[in-house]
Design a protein around this ligand. Structure first.
Ligand code: TXA
Ligand code: MG
Length: 313
């Protein structure tokens, strides 16, 4: 307990100096900086090699601080009451007098906001008098980070500090819902879309197409392990890494289990570390067993489809 608080103190010291640091969330690790300060936000883009037009999510500890920056509406209140804090991000209209740096949204008038559930991150946010802009803590287009050492692997000594909060419990990014006009899903994520639909009382439009210009982060090349990946494979080729969803009777060195009994929650949690592990082992390609396309399985398949758009760079 004591060490957590002293680590949070260290994190605050760096954030107050407008540094960008690694932070734990229940979804994936974030690369965080003061959302009110231009120079701090610019550092995030530079470190991630992220295009300027790919806006950032801002993380708040409570509703009152959010209301200083954004307008809320009835749909927001319904979803907030049910699912926040947790793996859901809302797109809301920015207020004219908001202090959010224009670099966060590339001058756009809509802001992505989230209330994280991770206890260490919540404690940190509560002790700050500004919200934190934080994209996933990985170099642009690469695999997201789900533990402190993954963040170090991505950025090395380029970042001063990583607040260690253990392994992320969900392991896959938040679901993004735009509430600016008609509610629309912009990214599949850790919260099942059907639960959101049930709460709002109607079927929602899904706009997760890579050509979608609203959330440019949904590009085709994303979550890339840097080697070719094939989906829905029953038997892999020789020398390939094979990602599995259920236990096989025999054991082989190239088997990597997301789950041993088709458990989608477990599979989501293991996905990114599994891709990292395989890449490090030096495999030249990956085959993945079919993942059922239901609930969280849809999110996993969304990530796998994007990861399969490998490009030599
Ligand atoms: O779980 C998560 O959401 C993690 C943790 C760290 O909170 N964050 C995360 O951030 O996944 P990032 O930057 O990797 O993905 C944010 C996505 C991008 O696809 C971006 O284009 C979209 O959100 N986005 C951000 N601001 C937006 C806005 N104002 N309107 C539409 N899309 C936006
Ligand atoms: Mg990301």
């Amino acid at each position: 307990m004591k060490t957590i608080q002293s680590n949070i103190k260290k994190a605050i010291k760096y954030l107050d100096k407008n540094c960008s640091i690694g932070v734990p969330t229940e979804t994936v690790y974030g690369l965080a900086a003061n959302a009110y300060v231009d120079s701090a936000v610019k550092k995030i883009f530079k470190l991630k090699k992220r295009p300027k037009n790919n806006s950032l999510i801002v993380h708040y500890s409570d509703l009152n601080s959010l209301k200083k920056d954004c307008f809320v509406n009835d749909n927001f209140v319904k979803l907030y009451k049910k699912f926040s804090p947790g793996p859901i991000t809302y797109i809301l209209r920015l207020k004219k007098n908001s202090k959010i740096s224009k670099y966060v949204t590339n001058n756009r008038k809509n802001l992505a906001v989230r209330f994280p559930k991770h206890k260490v991150f919540q404690k940190l946010l509560k002790q700050l008098n500004y919200p934190l802009a934080a994209p996933s803590a990985n170099i642009s287009t690469k695999v997201s980070a789900v533990q402190a050492k993954d963040v170090r692997e991505e950025f090395g000594k380029k970042i001063e500090y990583i607040l260690d909060g253990g392994k992320c419990s969900i392991g896959i990014e938040s679901t993004i819902v735009s509430l600016v006009n008609k509610p629309t899903i912009l990214r599949l994520g850790g919260l099942d879309v059907s639960k959101i639909q049930k709460t709002l009382g109607y079927k929602m439009h899904l706009n997760t197409n890579p050509k979608n210009k609203i959330a440019p982060g949904q590009s085709r090349l994303h979550y890339s392990p840097g080697i070719p990946l094939k989906m829905n494979v029953t038997e892999p080729k020789k020398g390939e890494a094979f990602i599995l969803m259920k236990k096989r009777k025999y054991k082989l060195d190239n088997f990597y289990y997301l789950s041993t009994n088709n458990n989608l929650k477990q599979a989501a949690k293991n996905l990114y570390s599994c891709l990292r592990k395989i890449k490090k082992k030096g495999y030249k390609s990956i085959s993945v067993e079919k993942v059922k396309n239901k609930g969280l399985g849809k999110t996993i398949n969304d990530r796998l489809i994007r990861a399969s758009h490998f490009k030599h760079t």
